[in-house]
Design a protein around this ligand. Structure first.
Ligand SMILES: Cc1ncc(C[n+]2csc(CCOP(=O)(O)OP(=O)(O)O)c2C)c(N)n1
Ligand SMILES: [Mg+2]
Length: 279
């Protein structure tokens, strides 16, 4: 099993903490944006972009680059922060988030934003597109990986399961789906909105390899993604990443309340204290 060095692991953890703080600061300042899902996907995106995927601002047009699709497009703030870190655009541009004329819209737009592989926002689209990209890569002889980040609420969309069937039919074993499995969605707990049952068993029955990890532990996320990359057994792989919606700020955790609501001044101060920015 591949592991991060202690030093790199600490660097990634520090980056995650920094991105959490910056995301909350920005969304508070703007009084708009999706906080809960951004905090939830943080370690997944940071580990993927900074460590596992072959994606750089320099290779962004190379046909054999890896691709990351944020299918749960409302998690755009954390995606943009990672893209800025990779040099796709200046980090100062984050301040234009969700403003008219900005390249950084509320949901990712592949026509506007460097590094965005697919426009998303309507849930349920990313796996089908990722599947097509994986098929195209195989036809062209590219040994590139396609990563698709899905929300657990997003799995209620029927299109996900059509794509799941199709990916296994086409034996796309360089297609890796990662479920941000925080068990919460927009208007409640996922189990209440639409009980999905045995999630691992469902994916397995659709012909996928299933791995599980702690989605807030960069070491666990890294090792599991690297394991998924090496499976190459004719099946696509899904990683069920156990996460917490709103991770990092106690009163934002495990609730749908901070799915997309403006952060008040009081909430902001309490959050910054918890994150040890304010004392
Ligand atoms: C097709 C579609 N239906 C409804 C919505 C509205 N919507 C935006 S986010 C969301 C909940 C998503 O929950 P989940 O996938 O679990 O995301 P996370 O918990 O990571 O924020 C919904 C219903 C949408 N964007 N697209
Ligand atoms: Mg969710």
């Amino acid at each position: 099993m591949k592991t991060l060095t202690r030093e790199r692991s600490e660097e990634l953890k520090a980056l995650c903490h920094q991105f959490r703080v910056e995301t909350i600061e920005l969304l508070h300042k703007l009084q708009t944006g999706h906080t809960g899902g951004s905090l939830s996907e943080c370690e997944i995106l940071v580990t993927l972009y900074m460590e596992c995927a072959n994606i750089t601002a320099e290779n962004q047009d190379a046909p054999d680059r890896d691709r990351i699709i944020l299918s749960k497009g409302h998690g755009a703030p954390m995606l943009y922060r990672c893209l800025a870190e990779k040099g796709f655009f200046p980090v100062e541009e984050m301040q234009t988030l969700r403003q008219v004329g900005s390249r950084l819209q509320g949901h990712p737009n592949m026509a506007k934003t460097p590094g965005v592989e697919l426009s998303t926002g309507p849930l349920g689209m990313g796996l089908s597109a990722g599947n097509g990209m994986a098929c195209a890569n195989r036809l062209m002889g590219n040994e590139a990986y396609v990563y698709v980040i899905l929300g657990d609420g997003e799995l209620d969309e029927g299109t996900i399961w059509e794509a799941a069937m199709t990916a296994s039919k086409f034996k796309n074993d360089r297609l890796i789906a990662i479920v941000d499995w925080n068990k919460v969605q927009l208007d409640g707990m996922s189990a209440d909105v639409m009980p999905i049952g045995d999630l691992a068993g469902k994916w397995r029955s659709f012909g996928w390899n299933v791995l599980e990890c702690d989605g807030h532990d960069v070491d666990s996320v890294y090792s599991t993604i690297e394991t998924a990359k090496e499976l190459l057994n004719g099946r696509p792989t899904v990683i069920l990443a156990n996460t917490i919606k709103g991770k990092g700020v106690s009163f934002m955790e495990n609730t749908n309340k901070f799915h997309g609501k403006a952060i008040t001044d009081d909430e902001y101060e309490r959050a910054m204290k918890e994150l040890e920015v304010l004392r």
